[in-house]
Design a protein. Structure first.
Length: 211
């Protein structure tokens, strides 16, 4: 079973993906994480993506789709979770072409619904390890020792695009480019709208009900 998670910045896509990986053994493909890793490794893809990400703009579709195809091939038939891809209608169309090519399908397109006033709070309070693998929140999921990862002991950092002015631009990009995907997947018949409020484990149960 292959799924995708979409929704506004801070909706909990990464949090739910981590739970699905741990409890269901699925493979996680996050375009945001892939771009951040390319930036860290200073590859040409990373340098290109950084120009857009630092401002909260979307990276061009041409760059993004090729990167996802490589990742689909690398996962070699494992059940996948697409996190943050597609996030434009042209990306969703390009994904359909890839799915046909590799004889795959998306069983459930989960849309995580969270009211705007909660999103800003979730994003400004988010802290994580440098690789983004372990994510906390100052108020909703604080680490045992402030500023330190419970699991690895690494210092926690704040994402560069989690500043209020950049978040505002990310929310604008979401409204303009990503929200229309709801209609796209509704028409395809695999849209599942999930209430993304409440405890992460409650959101997880709402998702698992469909799996
Ligand atoms: P990306 O990294 O995908 O960022 P995003 O979509 O803005 O989403 P976030 O990662 O910020 O939020 P999330 O939904 O994962 O929430 P999380 O679980 O962390 O993309 C970054 C940038 O890369 C984009 O702006 C763009 O430039 C570029 N990009 C990426 N993909 C692209 C694409 N396909 N096309 C073009 N450009 C692309 O949770 C947030 C916080 O809330 C955490 O602190 C968490 O602990 C907390 N939290 C989570 N769930 C709950 C809950 N139920 N209750 C309380 N707190 C919670
Ligand atoms: Mg994320």
């Amino acid at each position: 079973m292959n799924i995708l998670l979409f929704g506004p910045p801070g909706a909990g896509k990464g949090t739910q993906s981590a739970m699905l990986v741990e409890k269901k053994g699925m493979a996680h493909i996050s375009t945001g994480d892939l771009f951040r890793s390319a930036i860290k490794n200073e590859t040409s893809l990373g340098l290109e993506a950084k120009k857009y990400m630092d401002k909260g703009d979307l990276v061009p579709d041409s760059v993004t789709v090729g990167m996802v195809e490589e990742e689909l091939v690398r996962q070699n038939g494992k059940d996948i979770i697409l996190d943050g891809f597609p996030r434009t209608v042209p990306q969703a169309e390009a994904l359909n072409v890839l799915l046909d090519k590799y004889e795959m399908k998306i069983d459930n397109a989960f849309f995580l619904e969270v009211p705007n006033e909660l999103l800003m709070k979730r994003l400004t309070g988010r802290r994580m390890t440098a690789d983004g693998k372990h994510v906390y929140h100052l108020e909703f999921n604080p680490p045992k020792t402030p500023g330190v990862c419970d699991i690895t002991g690494e210092p926690l950092i704040q994402r560069k695009d989690d500043q209020e002015d950049v978040i505002a631009n990310r929310l604008k990009a979401y409204e303009e480019s990503t929200r229309p995907l709801k209609d796209f997947y509704k028409e395809q018949g695999n849209l599942r709208v999930i209430d993304g409020t409440g405890e992460p484990k409650d959101v997880f149960e709402r998702i698992v009900d469909y799996l």
